[in-house]
Design a protein around this ligand. Structure first.
Ligand code: ADP
Length: 190
């Protein structure tokens, strides 16, 4: 059975690109909290209403909102491997995810950290130009990422855990994919 995976990494590290490959070629189900939040805002849901002001400022949306949203998004089919993209970003989110997966008998995820120099990630973001990619917001999103990076990596990267892998995300997309597949013990698809 394929392995669930958490993607960690700065905005612009290329998590979305790799998630798309796992989805299209390996049957992964993607839970991207950023995408879910943007969808909620578009539909004008209560979650969207709470999230909007935080996202505009590049701040994290409160943990309870995020955790409830992810809980609702978990696929009923446990055989379907899941990518958690952009989640968890805080220790309470990580603890909630562990509890949720255990409770619903989903397997514990591998954790892949996409490492990239912030300057390079920032350049990629400016090229991409998503709606919430205004220069000021981007700057704050990087700061917030830096503020939380150590705590969240520390949660997963400890001697008792073999589930943490770092990948140099400044490499070409295919190279990153190859290393990601190896980390997930998947064979390359054509
Ligand atoms: P990026 O990683 O490029 O910043 P995302 O789409 O992952 O983009 O997130 C965009 C925004 O959505 C974040 O700045 C934050 O406000 C909110 N968000 C997404 N995921 C989370 C999360 N796990 N916890 C709190 N806020 C989140």
């Amino acid at each position: 059975m394929a392995t669930n995976v958490i993607f960690l990494g700065a905005p612009g590290a290329g998590k979305g690109t790799q998630a798309q490959i796992l989805r299209e070629k390996y049957g992964y189900y993607q839970i991207s909290t950023g995408d879910l939040l943007r969808e909620n805002i578009k539909r004008g849901t209560p979650t969207g209403k709470v999230a909007e002001s935080f996202m505009k400022r590049g701040e994290l949306v409160p943990d309870e909102v995020i955790v409830a949203m992810v809980r609702d998004a978990l696929p009923a089919d446990r055989a379907r491997p899941v990518i958690f993209d952009g989640f968890p970003r805080t220790i309470p989110q990580a603890q909630a995810l562990d509890a949720m997966l255990k409770e619903q008998k989903h397997s514990l995820p591998r954790v892949v950290s996409f490492c990239i120099a912030l300057r390079e990630a920032e350049e990629r973001m400016l090229v991409r130009g998503r709606e919430d990619d205004a220069a000021e917001t981007i700057k704050r999103r990087f700061e917030v990422f830096q503020e939380h990076k150590r705590e969240i990596e520390g949660y997963y990267d400890n001697p008792s855990s073999e589930r943490f892998v770092e990948i140099d995300a400044s490499q070409p997309v295919e190279v990153v994919t190859r290393q990601l597949l190896r980390a997930l013990e998947l064979r390359a698809a054509s």
